[in-house]
Write a protein that binds this ligand. Structure first.
Ligand code: NAP
Length: 530
């Protein structure tokens, strides 16, 4: 496929601006071919206007038809062959198998959403039948379900160029809910975005979706993303990326004359607590699993384990030295882009200069600054040292973590109480350990979105029950997830119909239950007719 670097506005293309940029292969130190055009205000307006015009016809499609669209997207992505993977690898320095794994994830979530909307019960249809004879007042017939909100703006993250970008759950869940989408391409992988967007365009044409159901705008200036979020035609936005970017756009969304929900999934510290039973029986295995999780994808995961806590003991000291040894064996590798590499290098220099922080492990081989490589680092401190330095609670994006020695279980709780909202917390231990640390678990339940037992936070299962979210600053809305089928709930709102004629109700609320979905009928879950 020949990339154009143009905006893809519905089925049209546009390149009105002479303000251009290119993507870079950081590992080779070379610019990639294709010049990308920054979207103009009028192109952004066209994309959103097309989406707004498409909304009513798209939302009215039978769910089966929207499911066909999602399945066609999966087919078109597969039909791209290696092209998508090769470009993603060149733009992000991810090895090809990692890119292939991201593509598999897209196929899984796209098909999962198709199945979910075909089944249809997700709309949470509720019916309370009326009773005109009720005394002292007649009871109205009240019915409600979840309906799509309108055009959604999507911002993907640089670290998942395929699975959390144009083809990510944000886009696919918005389509599943019945919302058109305008994606702001990530400037670090604009070519991958264009290839993926063209697959969606082809699927939209094949399944006769309304013009404007999908558009892609390119841009490397914050102004482009800001304009998109400020556009009055956008009804909600989903973002995955840094705390700084997410917070800036969240504030912009809230400052609009008509504020809109802005669902930002941001960075996270993902603490790991090593309880005594686990360290006694399997310190070596935990050290191995921890270092593998820490360095996976050059540490560029929002679920990277940034703090590890253990009780001062012989076993904890053994774990520390095993983890340090394994970190020494990690070969430095190229990061996603020069911005992330610069931030990581500055963050490591800052940590090396901090009093109270001991360097206990680092990659044996030096990192090449020209190739944008990151070495892995392991620091150590005490509970008191951690609490005295709030910056250690902040995500430093890359393969770095801090080991924290605690004197007693009360120290675990002091640290847990000071944690900000996080995507996950992990505990290694025996079931008896869990019973002995119930208070810690209660604190963590308030702080995180996912509690992991004897595992590692990196690597999410793509399924109905997953929750990938957490209290601020992990996200801007802790009630919602950006992964899994519940992600659709960000793009719908309840609409209630009172005493409405049966034939004019949405199908899901009609007496005969023509879609055969599970509903709440007078307080009982059933597929029965009303
Ligand atoms: P990023 O720099 O925040 O970029 C994300 C997107 O937002 C880009 O399109 C970026 O484009 C735009 N953007 C950023 N700041 C903006 C601003 N002030 N105004 C307008 N647009 C703005 O994040 P990243 O470096 O790509 O991703 C790495 C981060 O993502 C890490 O912190 C990681 O933990 C997090 N992450 C979170 C999850 C999760 O699920 N929670 C998953 C993966 C990654 P421009 O820079 O061109 O404006």
């Amino acid at each position: 496929m020949i990339l154009t670097g143009h905006q893809l506005l519905g089925s049209r293309e546009s390149a009105a601006s002479s303000d251009t940029f290119v993507a870079r292969n950081l590992a080779l130190g070379a610019d990639l071919e294709t010049v990308f055009h920054e979207a103009t205000e009028s192109e952004i307006d066209d994309a959103v206007s097309l989406a707004a015009a498409a909304f009513d016809s798209f939302r009215r499609l039978l769910p089966e038809h929207r499911a066909d669209f999602l399945e066609a997207i999966a087919e078109e992505v597969l039909a791209l062959g290696d092209e998508l993977l090769l470009r993603a690898s060149a733009e992000t320095a991810h090895p090809l198998p990692r890119c292939a794994a991201e593509r598999d994830r897209v196929l899984t979530h796209t098909r999962q959403f198709a199945g979910w909307i075909r089944e249809g019960s997700w709309v949470d249809a509720r019916i309370d039948r009326g009773n005109p004879q009720r005394q002292p007042l007649p009871k109205p017939d009240v019915r409600s379900l979840l309906e799509p909100v309108g055009p959604v703006a999507v911002f993907g993250a640089s670290n998942f160029p395929i699975a959390i970008s144009v083809l990510g759950t944000d886009t696919i869940s918005a389509f599943a809910a019945g919302c058109p989408v305008v994606v702001k391409a990530h400037p670090a992988h604009p070519g991958t975005c264009e290839i993926a967007a063209r697959a969606i365009q082809r699927a939209a044409v094949r399944t006769r979706m309304p013009e404007g159901v999908f558009s892609l705008i390119q841009g490397r200036s914050h102004e482009t993303g800001t304009r998109l979020v400020q556009h009055p035609g956008i009804a909600a936005a989903a973002f995955t990326g840094s705390l700084a970017g997410g917070r800036a756009l969240f504030d912009i969304a809230n400052a609009r004359p008509q504020p809109i929900p802005f669902y930002a999934e941001m960075g996270s510290i993902n603490p790991v607590f090593l309880l005594p039973g686990a360290l006694q029986s399997r310190a070596e295995g935990i050290a191995q699993g921890f270092v593998a999780a820490l360095t996976a994808g050059v540490g560029q995961f929002c679920t990277n384990p940034g703090l590890v806590l253990g009780l001062e003991s012989e076993e904890w000291r053994r774990f520390r030295s095993l983890a340090s040894e394994k970190v020494a064996g990690y070969a430095p590798a190229t990061m996603l882009h020069s911005g992330i590499h610069g931030a990581y290098s500055a963050g490591i220099a800052d940590r090396l200069a901090r009093a109270g922080l001991e360097l206990v492990g680092q990659s044996g081989d030096p990192a090449s600054a020209e190739r944008g490589e990151a070495a892995a680092y392991l620091f150590a401190t005490t509970q008191e040292g951690l609490l005295a330095d709030p910056t250690l609670f902040e995500e430093l994006f890359g393969p770095v973590s801090t080991l924290v020695s605690c004197s007693d279980p009360g120290d675990f709780i002091k640290v847990a109480e000071r944690l900000e909202g996080s995507l996950s917390a992990t505990l290694h231990g025996t079931e008896e350990d869990l019973l002995n640390h119930r208070e810690l678990i209660e604190v963590l339940r308030r702080k995180v979105g996912r509690l992991i037992f004897n595992g590692y936070p990196v690597g999410l299962e793509i399924c109905h029950s997953i929750h990938h979210g957490g209290p601020y600053p992990a996200t801007t809305h802790s009630h919602f997830t950006s992964i899994g089928t519940r992600a659709m709930h960000r793009f719908v709102r309840p609409v209630c119909y009172q005493d409405w004629p049966d034939a004019l109700l949405p199908m899901e609320l009609q007496n005969a239950n023509p879609r055969g979905i599970l509903r709440i009928l007078d307080g009982e879950r059933t597929r029965d007719e009303a």
